[in-house]
Design a protein around this ligand. Structure first.
Ligand code: PBG
Ligand code: ZN
Length: 307
């Protein structure tokens, strides 16, 4: 009877798997703060795509770990830069899979901020110009979806205009529309080799602000976002629920590095049943209104769903 009365379900189709590609390694390097997740070398992208597909997941989110950092993150704007190479390699290996590119600069700037700095602050509008270039570079390389993650005002509109002008009207924009300044990003900074000094509190939302979260998602919807997102996930389920009540757009959530690490380390210590807690956390996102979930558990969850 429980099966008949089930209100919410989780499917492998809901899951997106993040992948960290390091341009200077030859073998995978485990990320200590995220047990089970490694940075992979570029040459392993095709094998990794095959592994993801075999698990039953059909969407990946690509992050670059750059060793060519500079003040603007110019590597992301080059035809032969890491963003373009990752996308090309993933799309070539798995044309039927959904390739999503995290579209930001923080992994490619020597100061670790998400854009161009002027007087020590991220300059919103100069960053928009570069974001537009990066998005077109990713599109030319074959990306299906660009995912601007920097919380710059006007990013969705700037990217949409640039993609359309370059003829990429079919490339979708998954906006990290409602992204909070969070300490739960900690492990990601190790994963992505971020050199950030300071914080992102001038442009990411402060954690107590629900109304601001709604306003940010409305703004991105008005600018032409195809999908909205709440990030992090577990501490912000109320925000997810509230946005679900007011938008008709597809809406997703990012279960971030710190949420993954909590479940992993607590399970390793014997305090939690990892698989059960993983599934409960993912189902919670669906119940709160997420259509899809970006999670480092994607492969484990999909395998479990299959078995
Ligand atoms: C950077 C970016 C971050 C994450 C995804 N893209 C970190 C940040 O904003 O500081 C976090 C992902 C995670 O913690 O799993 N724009
Ligand atoms: Zn960033």
């Amino acid at each position: 009877m429980r099966a008949m009365l089930r209100e919410t379900s989780l499917s492998a189709d809901d899951l997106i798997y993040p992948i960290f590609v390091d341009e200077e390694i030859e073998t995978p390097v485990p990320i200590k703060s995220m047990p089970g997740i490694s940075r992979i070398p570029e040459a392993m992208i095709p094998d990794t795509m095959a592994e993801v597909r075999a698990a039953g997941v059909s969407a990946v989110l690509l992050f670059g770990v750059s060793h060519h950092k500079d003040a603007t993150g110019s590597d992301t704007m080059r035809e032969d830069g890491l963003v373009a190479r990752m996308v090309r390699s993933a799309k070539m290996a798995a044309p039927e899979m959904l390739i999503i590119a995290d579209t930001c600069f923080c992994e490619f700037t020597d100061h670790g901020h998400c854009g161009v700095l002027v007087d020590g602050h991220v300059h919103n509008d100069q960053t928009l110009e570069n974001l537009a270039v990066q998005a077109v570079i990713a599109a030319r390389a074959g990306v299906d979806i660009v995912a601007p993650s920097g919380m710059m005002d006007g990013a969705v509109a700037a990217i949409r205009r640039a993609l359309d002008e370059a003829g990429f009207t079919d490339v979708a924009i998954m906006s990290y529309s409602t992204k909070f300044a969070s300490e739960f990003y900690g492990p990601f900074r190790e994963a992505a080799g971020s050199s950030l000094q300071g914080d992102r509190k001038t442009h990411q939302i402060q954690s107590g602000n629900l109304r601001e979260g709604l306003r940010e998602s409305r703004a991105d919807e008005a600018e032409g976002a195809d999908m909205l997102m709440v990030k992090p996930g577990m501490p912000y389920l109320d925000v997810l629920y509230a946005i679900r009540q007011e938008t008709l757009l597809p809406l997703g959530v990012y279960q971030i590095s710190g949420e993954y690490a909590m479940i992993k380390f607590a399970s390793q210590a014997g305090a939690l049943d990892e698989k059960a807690v993983m599934m409960e956390s993912l189902l919670g996102f669906k119940r709160a209104g997420a259509d899809w979930i970006i999670t480092y558990f994607a492969l484990d969850a999909a395998r479990l769903l299959k078995s």
